[in-house]
Ligand binder design. Structure first.
Ligand code: UDP
Length: 245
Protein backbone atom coordinates (compact mmCIF):
# COMPACT_ATOMS: atom_id res chain seq x y z
CA UNK A 1 0.00 0.00 0.00
CA UNK A 2 1.42 3.38 -0.95
CA UNK A 3 0.39 6.59 0.76
CA UNK A 4 1.60 9.90 -0.63
CA UNK A 5 0.76 11.77 2.63
CA UNK A 6 3.19 9.76 4.73
CA UNK A 7 6.84 10.67 4.41
CA UNK A 8 9.09 7.69 5.08
CA UNK A 9 12.48 9.24 4.18
CA UNK A 10 13.69 12.43 5.89
CA UNK A 11 15.47 15.33 4.15
CA UNK A 12 18.84 14.01 5.36
CA UNK A 13 18.23 10.55 3.92
CA UNK A 14 17.45 8.88 7.25
CA UNK A 15 14.24 6.96 7.90
CA UNK A 16 11.33 7.91 10.17
CA UNK A 17 12.88 6.05 13.09
CA UNK A 18 16.24 7.74 12.42
CA UNK A 19 17.94 4.70 10.89
CA UNK A 20 20.21 4.72 7.86
CA UNK A 21 18.91 2.69 4.88
CA UNK A 22 21.18 -0.27 5.73
CA UNK A 23 20.69 -0.19 9.50
CA UNK A 24 18.94 -2.91 11.50
CA UNK A 25 16.55 -2.22 14.35
CA UNK A 26 17.95 -3.17 17.79
CA UNK A 27 17.99 -6.96 18.31
CA UNK A 28 18.30 -8.92 21.56
CA UNK A 29 18.18 -12.68 21.92
CA UNK A 30 18.27 -15.19 24.73
CA UNK A 31 18.51 -18.96 24.58
CA UNK A 32 17.13 -21.73 26.80
CA UNK A 33 14.62 -20.01 29.06
CA UNK A 34 11.80 -22.59 29.07
CA UNK A 35 12.30 -25.65 31.26
CA UNK A 36 9.61 -27.90 29.75
CA UNK A 37 10.65 -27.56 26.11
CA UNK A 38 13.62 -29.41 24.60
CA UNK A 39 14.91 -26.08 23.30
CA UNK A 40 13.78 -22.47 23.44
CA UNK A 41 14.71 -18.92 22.54
CA UNK A 42 13.33 -15.44 23.10
CA UNK A 43 13.98 -12.62 20.69
CA UNK A 44 13.26 -8.92 20.64
CA UNK A 45 13.71 -7.23 17.28
CA UNK A 46 12.56 -3.63 17.12
CA UNK A 47 9.06 -3.81 18.60
CA UNK A 48 8.72 -7.55 17.92
CA UNK A 49 8.74 -9.91 20.91
CA UNK A 50 8.84 -13.56 19.99
CA UNK A 51 9.20 -16.84 21.85
CA UNK A 52 10.19 -20.08 20.11
CA UNK A 53 10.04 -23.55 21.64
CA UNK A 54 11.10 -26.92 20.21
CA UNK A 55 9.99 -30.46 21.01
CA UNK A 56 11.57 -33.49 19.46
CA UNK A 57 12.63 -35.30 17.49
CA UNK A 58 9.97 -37.80 18.61
CA UNK A 59 8.07 -40.51 16.76
CA UNK A 60 5.47 -39.06 14.40
CA UNK A 61 1.83 -39.93 15.01
CA UNK A 62 -0.35 -40.63 13.13
CA UNK A 63 2.04 -43.01 11.42
CA UNK A 64 0.86 -42.23 7.88
CA UNK A 65 2.39 -38.76 8.32
CA UNK A 66 5.82 -40.27 8.95
CA UNK A 67 8.55 -39.89 6.37
CA UNK A 68 10.56 -43.14 6.34
CA UNK A 69 13.66 -41.28 5.12
CA UNK A 70 13.73 -38.18 7.32
CA UNK A 71 12.28 -36.12 10.15
CA UNK A 72 9.39 -33.76 9.44
CA UNK A 73 10.05 -30.24 10.74
CA UNK A 74 6.65 -28.83 11.68
CA UNK A 75 6.65 -25.14 12.62
CA UNK A 76 3.55 -23.44 13.94
CA UNK A 77 3.52 -19.63 13.77
CA UNK A 78 0.96 -18.06 16.05
CA UNK A 79 0.12 -14.47 16.97
CA UNK A 80 -1.18 -13.72 20.45
CA UNK A 81 -4.50 -11.81 20.52
CA UNK A 82 -2.72 -8.90 22.25
CA UNK A 83 0.26 -8.83 19.87
CA UNK A 84 -1.26 -6.35 17.39
CA UNK A 85 -3.18 -3.05 17.50
CA UNK A 86 -6.53 -4.61 16.73
CA UNK A 87 -7.11 -7.72 18.85
CA UNK A 88 -6.17 -10.74 16.76
CA UNK A 89 -8.76 -13.53 16.78
CA UNK A 90 -7.05 -16.57 18.35
CA UNK A 91 -6.42 -19.64 16.24
CA UNK A 92 -4.94 -20.25 12.81
CA UNK A 93 -5.88 -18.07 9.85
CA UNK A 94 -4.73 -18.08 6.22
CA UNK A 95 -1.71 -15.90 6.98
CA UNK A 96 -0.44 -18.00 9.90
CA UNK A 97 -0.89 -21.22 7.90
CA UNK A 98 1.23 -19.71 5.09
CA UNK A 99 3.89 -18.44 7.48
CA UNK A 100 4.02 -21.78 9.29
CA UNK A 101 4.63 -23.47 5.96
CA UNK A 102 7.40 -21.17 4.71
CA UNK A 103 9.14 -21.28 8.10
CA UNK A 104 8.85 -25.11 8.21
CA UNK A 105 10.42 -25.33 4.75
CA UNK A 106 13.24 -22.94 5.66
CA UNK A 107 14.10 -24.85 8.86
CA UNK A 108 13.89 -28.22 7.08
CA UNK A 109 16.61 -27.05 4.70
CA UNK A 110 18.98 -26.52 7.64
CA UNK A 111 18.16 -29.46 9.93
CA UNK A 112 19.90 -32.78 9.17
CA UNK A 113 16.50 -34.43 8.87
CA UNK A 114 17.89 -37.66 7.41
CA UNK A 115 19.38 -38.48 10.82
CA UNK A 116 15.93 -38.91 12.36
CA UNK A 117 13.65 -40.88 10.02
CA UNK A 118 9.96 -41.31 10.99
CA UNK A 119 10.10 -38.52 13.57
CA UNK A 120 8.62 -35.06 13.92
CA UNK A 121 10.36 -31.96 15.26
CA UNK A 122 7.76 -29.47 16.48
CA UNK A 123 8.65 -25.80 16.53
CA UNK A 124 6.24 -23.36 18.16
CA UNK A 125 6.65 -19.68 17.35
CA UNK A 126 4.60 -17.41 19.57
CA UNK A 127 4.45 -13.76 18.56
CA UNK A 128 3.79 -11.84 21.78
CA UNK A 129 4.17 -8.41 20.19
CA UNK A 130 4.27 -7.67 16.47
CA UNK A 131 5.92 -4.76 14.70
CA UNK A 132 6.62 -5.96 11.11
CA UNK A 133 9.06 -8.69 10.19
CA UNK A 134 7.62 -11.28 12.54
CA UNK A 135 8.15 -14.16 10.10
CA UNK A 136 11.88 -13.52 9.79
CA UNK A 137 12.29 -12.75 13.49
CA UNK A 138 10.33 -15.95 14.25
CA UNK A 139 12.58 -17.92 11.90
CA UNK A 140 15.72 -16.51 13.56
CA UNK A 141 14.40 -17.41 17.03
CA UNK A 142 13.27 -20.87 15.87
CA UNK A 143 16.71 -21.82 14.59
CA UNK A 144 18.21 -20.78 17.94
CA UNK A 145 15.65 -22.94 19.76
CA UNK A 146 16.56 -25.89 17.49
CA UNK A 147 20.23 -25.40 18.34
CA UNK A 148 19.32 -25.22 22.03
CA UNK A 149 17.45 -28.53 21.64
CA UNK A 150 20.70 -30.04 20.33
CA UNK A 151 19.24 -30.82 16.93
CA UNK A 152 22.00 -31.16 14.33
CA UNK A 153 21.87 -28.55 11.58
CA UNK A 154 23.99 -27.64 8.60
CA UNK A 155 23.89 -24.05 9.81
CA UNK A 156 21.80 -21.65 11.86
CA UNK A 157 19.07 -19.94 9.84
CA UNK A 158 19.04 -16.15 9.83
CA UNK A 159 15.93 -14.21 8.88
CA UNK A 160 16.12 -10.71 7.49
CA UNK A 161 13.99 -8.36 5.39
CA UNK A 162 15.04 -5.85 2.76
CA UNK A 163 12.72 -3.70 0.71
CA UNK A 164 12.03 -0.38 -0.96
CA UNK A 165 10.49 2.80 0.40
CA UNK A 166 10.11 6.01 -1.59
CA UNK A 167 12.48 4.60 -4.19
CA UNK A 168 15.23 3.84 -1.63
CA UNK A 169 16.37 0.28 -0.96
CA UNK A 170 16.33 -0.30 2.81
CA UNK A 171 16.99 -3.04 5.33
CA UNK A 172 14.62 -4.37 7.99
CA UNK A 173 11.37 -2.49 7.40
CA UNK A 174 9.42 -1.23 10.40
CA UNK A 175 5.63 -1.22 10.61
CA UNK A 176 5.05 2.10 8.77
CA UNK A 177 7.58 1.16 6.09
CA UNK A 178 5.99 -2.26 5.69
CA UNK A 179 2.51 -0.69 5.39
CA UNK A 180 3.30 2.26 3.15
CA UNK A 181 6.51 1.23 1.38
CA UNK A 182 6.77 -0.06 -2.18
CA UNK A 183 8.20 -3.52 -1.61
CA UNK A 184 9.43 -5.91 1.02
CA UNK A 185 11.43 -9.10 0.61
CA UNK A 186 11.59 -11.41 3.63
CA UNK A 187 14.57 -13.75 3.41
CA UNK A 188 15.92 -16.78 5.23
CA UNK A 189 19.67 -17.20 4.77
CA UNK A 190 22.18 -19.90 5.76
CA UNK A 191 25.13 -17.63 6.58
CA UNK A 192 27.92 -20.16 6.02
CA UNK A 193 27.04 -20.91 2.40
CA UNK A 194 24.83 -17.93 1.59
CA UNK A 195 22.00 -20.27 0.55
CA UNK A 196 18.53 -18.75 0.57
CA UNK A 197 15.96 -20.96 2.31
CA UNK A 198 13.08 -18.48 2.44
CA UNK A 199 12.31 -15.94 -0.25
CA UNK A 200 9.08 -14.02 -0.54
CA UNK A 201 8.30 -10.72 -2.19
CA UNK A 202 5.51 -8.25 -1.73
CA UNK A 203 5.52 -5.31 -4.17
CA UNK A 204 7.74 -4.45 -7.12
CA UNK A 205 11.49 -3.87 -7.46
CA UNK A 206 13.82 -3.70 -10.44
CA UNK A 207 16.49 -6.38 -10.83
CA UNK A 208 19.15 -3.86 -9.78
CA UNK A 209 17.21 -2.84 -6.67
CA UNK A 210 16.71 -6.47 -5.75
CA UNK A 211 20.47 -7.10 -6.05
CA UNK A 212 21.16 -4.14 -3.73
CA UNK A 213 18.52 -5.43 -1.32
CA UNK A 214 20.07 -8.91 -1.31
CA UNK A 215 23.55 -7.47 -0.67
CA UNK A 216 22.20 -5.52 2.31
CA UNK A 217 20.40 -8.60 3.62
CA UNK A 218 23.54 -10.75 3.31
CA UNK A 219 25.63 -8.27 5.27
CA UNK A 220 22.94 -8.04 7.93
CA UNK A 221 22.65 -11.84 8.06
CA UNK A 222 26.32 -12.06 9.03
CA UNK A 223 25.76 -9.55 11.83
CA UNK A 224 22.64 -11.36 13.10
CA UNK A 225 24.47 -14.69 12.90
CA UNK A 226 27.17 -13.32 15.21
CA UNK A 227 24.44 -12.35 17.70
CA UNK A 228 22.98 -15.87 17.50
CA UNK A 229 26.34 -17.46 18.16
CA UNK A 230 26.91 -15.11 21.10
CA UNK A 231 23.47 -15.93 22.56
CA UNK A 232 24.30 -19.66 22.38
CA UNK A 233 27.77 -19.16 23.82
CA UNK A 234 26.35 -17.05 26.66
CA UNK A 235 24.46 -20.14 27.85
CA UNK A 236 26.69 -23.03 26.88
CA UNK A 237 30.10 -21.55 27.65
CA UNK A 238 28.77 -20.50 31.06
CA UNK A 239 27.43 -24.02 31.69
CA UNK A 240 30.77 -25.51 30.65
CA UNK A 241 32.63 -23.12 32.97
CA UNK A 242 30.31 -23.92 35.87
CA UNK A 243 30.61 -27.66 35.15
CA UNK A 244 34.38 -27.39 35.19
CA UNK A 245 34.57 -25.78 38.64
N1 UDP B 1 -0.23 -7.34 11.48
C1 UDP B 1 -1.35 -7.01 12.21
N2 UDP B 1 -2.41 -7.89 12.25
C2 UDP B 1 -2.40 -9.07 11.57
C3 UDP B 1 -1.26 -9.40 10.82
C4 UDP B 1 -0.20 -8.51 10.80
O1 UDP B 1 -1.38 -5.95 12.84
O2 UDP B 1 -3.38 -9.84 11.63
C5 UDP B 1 0.93 -6.42 11.49
C6 UDP B 1 2.03 -6.95 12.40
O3 UDP B 1 2.67 -5.87 13.06
C7 UDP B 1 2.96 -7.58 11.41
C8 UDP B 1 2.86 -6.59 10.25
O4 UDP B 1 1.47 -6.28 10.21
O5 UDP B 1 4.28 -7.71 11.91
C9 UDP B 1 3.33 -7.10 8.92
O6 UDP B 1 2.70 -8.31 8.62
P1 UDP B 1 3.16 -9.23 7.43
O7 UDP B 1 2.00 -10.07 7.05
O8 UDP B 1 3.82 -8.42 6.39
O9 UDP B 1 4.22 -10.23 8.12
P2 UDP B 1 5.58 -9.93 8.90
O10 UDP B 1 6.20 -8.68 8.33
O11 UDP B 1 5.21 -9.76 10.35
O12 UDP B 1 6.41 -11.14 8.66
Amino acid sequence: MENKDIKLINEDGTRIDGRRPDELRPIRMKVGLLERADGSAYLEWGGNKILAAVYGPREMYPKHQQDPARAVVRARYSMAPFSVDERKRPGPDRRSVELSMVISNALSAAVLTEEFPRTVIDVFIEVLQADAGTRIAGLTAASLALADAGIPMRDLVVGCTAGKIEGVVVLDLNKEEDNYGEADVPLGILPRTGEIVLFQMDGMMTEEELCTALDMAYNAAMEIHRMQVKALKDVYMKEAEEGGE
